[in-house]
Design a protein around this ligand. Structure first.
Ligand code: TPP
Ligand code: MG
Length: 326
């Protein structure tokens, strides 16, 4: 065990893990509920996957980098981006993190190190390696956390970026959010291996499997990978086993035909937020009053984010071609 795995977390830190997980869940539930009226385009929510997102993000510093994918709201929330400008971006408003030009799938907030989500599966992975290279060339000890799905592990950029990061020993943590499906295709029908982490062997890089429903297990595991990257020892592939409760897009709680009620219920029994709450109750790191206060605080934050988005102006048409390549 190294320092990261032995680190004792304070109550305040544990409360922050819970707060960020709840922010993701309430943000996504709320975005889906106002979608038809206020949000153009599609929405992919991370409900059920909050443990792996927050566990990984909490292992970073604010000046570290992060890239994501189409399941895109949880990552910046986990990294600490404010909810108001994120919600405004979904609404296509001028006050959004990308001035309303990115929308749900292309959120970026450079001040928090969130370099960009991407609607192209595997599309942000090269940018993560670029961020790692940039840190190396500038002589900083920053790292980049690269979120991607199990489906992306079957795309070219996965293999190219792992190889390049490995030969140049770049400070990148590849975090595979393995929720078992790529849209409606189960992993067993699309992927040559049952564990994505085993592919790290081809790139002479450590590959670790972690329980994505256990936020603290993810935190300790990614902390170790981050320490390794900061020391110049190169990338790590972390595979977090997790699950999305809803269908690929939106908030369809109705069971789609490609998975069973039993499967869904089994994962719900291991809900990442419930697991953390239970752990904190048992070890006495939170009181019932504190739990209720965190829930209320997050509910109010999300309500205020919606109100902010609603009252924000649309972008000026004259800004249409600013910040884009034509
Ligand atoms: C290059 C590319 N191919 C196909 C798609 C269509 N598509 C969007 S999401 C998705 C599945 C991605 O699955 P995974 O990487 O496991 O992420 P998850 O949705 O499970 O979080 C596909 C095939 C796309 N957006 N980009
Ligand atoms: Mg998937």
């Amino acid at each position: 065990m190294d320092d990261a795995t032995q680190e004792q977390l304070t109550n305040a830190q544990l409360h922050e893990f819970l707060r960020r997980m709840l922010r993701i869940r309430r943000f996504d539930e709320t975005a889906a509920s106002v979608r038809t009226k206020s949000i153009p385009g599609s929405l992919h929510n991370s409900i059920g996957q909050e443990g792996e997102i927050v566990g990984a993000c909490m292992a970073l510093r604010n000046d570290d980098y992060m890239t994501g994918n189409h399941r895109s709201h949880g990552h910046p929330i986990g990294k600490g981006v404010k909810l108001g400008p994120l919600m405004a971006e979904l609404f296509g408003k001028k006050t959004g993190v990308c001035q309303g030009k990115g929308g749900s799938m292309h959120l970026a907030a450079f001040d928090a190190g969130s370099l960009g989500e991407s609607g192209i599966v595997g599309g942000a992975m090269p940018a993560a390696v670029g961020a790692g290279l940039s840190a190396r060339l500038r002589g900083t000890d920053q790292v980049c956390l690269c979120f991607f799905g199990d489906g992306a592990a079957n795309c070219g950029p996965f293999h190219e970026t792992l190889n390049l990061a490995a030969i140049w020993r770049l400070p990148v943590i590849f975090l595979c959010e393995n929720n078992g499906y790529a849209m409606s295709s189960p992993q067993v029908l699309t992927t040559s291996v049952s564990d994505i982490a085993i592919r790290s062997i081809s790139y002479n890089t450590p590959g670790i499997i972690v329980d994505g429903q256990d936020v603290l297990a993810v935190y300790y595991c990614v902390s170790k990978a981050v320490a390794r990257a900061r020391q110049g020892c190169g990338p790590t592939l972390v595979e977090a086993k997790t699950y999305r409760y809803c269908h690929h897009q939106e908030l369809e709680f109705e069971l789609p035909p490609y998975r069973s009620k039993e499967e869904l219920e089994a994962w719900r029994m291991r809900d990442p937020i419930d697991i953390l709450k239970t752990r904190m109750r048992i070890d006495g790191s939170v009181t019932e009053e504190e739990l209720a206060a965190i829930e209320t605080e997050v509910k109010e934050e999300v309500e205020e984010a919606v109100a902010f988005a609603q009252r924000s102006p649309a972008p000026d048409p004259s800004a249409l071609l600013h910040d884009v390549f034509v």
